[in-house]
Design a binder for this molecule. Structure first.
Ligand code: ATP
Ligand code: MG
Length: 543
């Protein structure tokens, strides 16, 4: 009999068994009758409420075996055993009972015994056993509670470890970003001198330029442009890119860029563009957006050397959304751009590191590992995010860009700057790097401007500001005030004096936002800076 609790009885003489059955029935307890010693041993488990063994039963048990069975009980268990001695078996084997009493919780009853005595002894045994069961249950509850608590502690420890890892990871990327940003800043100054020098040599030599010199200068210009593109990507990763965020109508923007995008996909792959009709305008820097798209598309092309399909999808997305765990903490309306290729795909390790600068799996000379770090830096700096999905076949790279509150503005007409002349313009140039200052001044003077150079904001404020039409200042400068501080001071004290800021590196792009200054990225081309200077002077005069 398996199942519920019962009293185990080993009483080979049928009369004993009958009496016991009756007594137990009166107590409302089931009986489990055993006919052999081995069955009796097996039944002594934690469903046994008590054991009853007669002297005849005991005679069938090997003392060592019975002892072993009673000793294997759990700690909470001390099974009550009623031993019925004497009776038909003849004299009592006191040794056997003494030994049994030594190892178990044994009550000895001498037969013949009254039913009343038997039921009282049984009741006492059952009561003791039920107490043991209560202790057992309590014990188990405690064990479960301890286990649950341990599990929840382990869970909390794991959560904490994960959070610490994420924090360490973001600190690592952050310090890598600072390092990268610092290097890019110095590089920009060097590039500025190189490309400025190249332009000056062309200006100086003019008609005397021979083919060889032109070729050499073209090489310098190409190298400087390549260097500038690299530093832009470094700055993007470092999130030190001076972003010129405007409201972008994605459908129009993608339409305008589609030639470039298609060229980047190459002839072997197909590009499927799916832009939702009602897609919201986004707030982002269009040049950086294009750079990010080109980086993603270039990667997809490399991942599909034998051709394939690249699906480009843009749709509205409102956060929070549980389908995008990376977006935890972001809230509001976004546009989600995803580019899914069916190429070779990324391993888990690659996907884990792909946003890091200089992480590449491509052979030397094929990849610098800066593409996706630009994507990442651009998306984060635009107050959105970038993510990677490993697909069954291929890869998805996604970007969330914030929805623009304002409608799309008409683009301001650009000053025609290609042959802009700055004849007679009086420029106060604030630049702490003497080599950059010298080339900038020489370039501007080459266009007819009169330039005075000072090496910092303090010196600029001490100058006779009435003698200048415009202030052209670097942003990052040592001293008590940087270029933005200077622009802010001039906006307050000299509202009529326009300011043009130049930098490739910025501490906090948000500081620029409410300032009505023009901004030029370093390294700049001569016509860019000339256009910015002309625009700002014309605007100041018209006010
Ligand atoms: N669409 C993709 N499919 C498969 N792997 C990709 C994909 N995009 C990126 N990767 C992996 O991520 C790595 C990093 O990409 P990332 O664009 O940052 O650098 P890169 O392409 O190696 O070099 P760079 O873009 O600077 O020339 C790649 O080397 C490649 O292993
Ligand atoms: Mg790439």
């Amino acid at each position: 009999m398996r199942g519920g609790a019962h009293v185990v009885v080993f009483a080979p003489i049928p009369g004993d068994a009958h009496v016991l059955r009756d007594v137990l029935r009166e107590e409302g307890v089931a009986l489990h009758l055993c006919f052999e010693a081995s069955a009796f041993y097996d039944a002594l488990d934690d469903r046994a409420l008590a054991a009853v063994i007669t002297e005849e039963g005991l005679a069938h048990c090997a003392p060592a075996e019975l002892e072993a069975v009673l000793r294997r009980q759990d700690e909470w268990s001390d099974l009550p055993v009623l031993a019925l001695a004497g009776g038909d078996a003849g004299g009592i084997d006191t040794d056997r009972f003494a030994r049994l009493a030594g190892i178990g919780n044994v009550t000895l009853l001498i037969r013949p015994t009254s039913r009343r005595m038997l039921s009282m002894a049984l009741r006492a045994a059952l009561r003791a056993r039920r107490l043991q069961f209560a202790v057992r249950d309590h014990w188990r509850d405690l064990e479960n509670a301890v286990m649950e608590r341990t599990e929840s502690l382990e869970h909390a420890v794991q959560e904490r470890r994960r959070a610490e890892q994420a924090l360490a990871e973001s600190r690592r990327l952050e310090s890598l970003g600072r390092l990268t940003g610092g290097i890019a800043h110095d590089f920009n100054n060097l590039l500025q001198v190189i490309s400025g020098g190249e332009t000056l040599v062309r200006l100086f030599l003019g008609g005397q330029l021979d083919d060889r010199t032109t070729r050499a200068l073209d090489g310098v210009a190409r190298a400087a442009a390549h260097g500038a593109a690299l530093t832009q990507q470094l700055l993007a990763y470092a999130r030190r890119q001076p972003l010129a965020a405007i409201v972008i109508d994605l459908r129009a923007h993608l339409h305008a860029s589609s030639d470039l995008l298609l060229r980047t996909v190459g002839p072997r792959a197909r590009l499927h563009l799916r832009v939702a009709r009602d897609v919201w305008p986004v707030l982002a820097d269009p040049a950086q957006l294009d750079a990010a798209l080109l980086n993603i598309i270039g990667n997809a092309r490399d991942a599909m050397p034998d051709g394939g399909t690249l699906a480009f999808c843009a749709r509205n997305w409102t956060l929070p959304d549980h389908g995008l765990p990376e977006a935890e903490g972001l809230d509001g309306d976004f546009v989600c751009l995803t580019l899914t290729d069916d190429g070779e795909g990324m391993s888990e390790d690659t996907a884990h590191q792909a946003f890091e600068p200089f992480f590449t799996t491509k052979p030397v000379g094929k990849g610098t590992g800066l593409g996706l770090s630009q994507v990442y830096g651009f998306a984060i700096q635009s107050q959105g995010l970038a993510f990677i999905r490993r697909e069954d076949v291929g890869t998805t790279i996604g970007m969330l860009l914030p929805r623009a509150a304002a409608p799309v503005a008409e683009p301001a007409p650009m000053a025609e700057a290609s042959d802009a002349r700055l004849q007679g313009m009086r420029i106060l140039c604030v630049e702490d790097d003497p080599a950059v200052a010298e080339t900038t001044a020489a370039l501007l003077e080459g266009l007819g401007a009169r330039v005075r150079v000072v090496d910092g904001a303090d010196a600029a404020l001490e100058a006779d500001l009435d003698a200048f039409d415009v202030v052209l200042s670097d942003v990052m400068m040592p001293g008590s005030m940087d270029g933005i501080g200077l622009a802010r001071r001039l906006a307050r004290d000299r509202p009529g004096l326009p300011v043009v800021l130049i930098s490739g590196y910025m501490v906090d792009p948000a500081r620029l936002q409410d300032l009505a200054v023009r901004f030029v990225r370093k390294p700049f081309a001569l016509r860019e800076i000339a256009a910015a200077l002309l625009d700002s002077v014309q605007e100041a005069r018209s006010q």
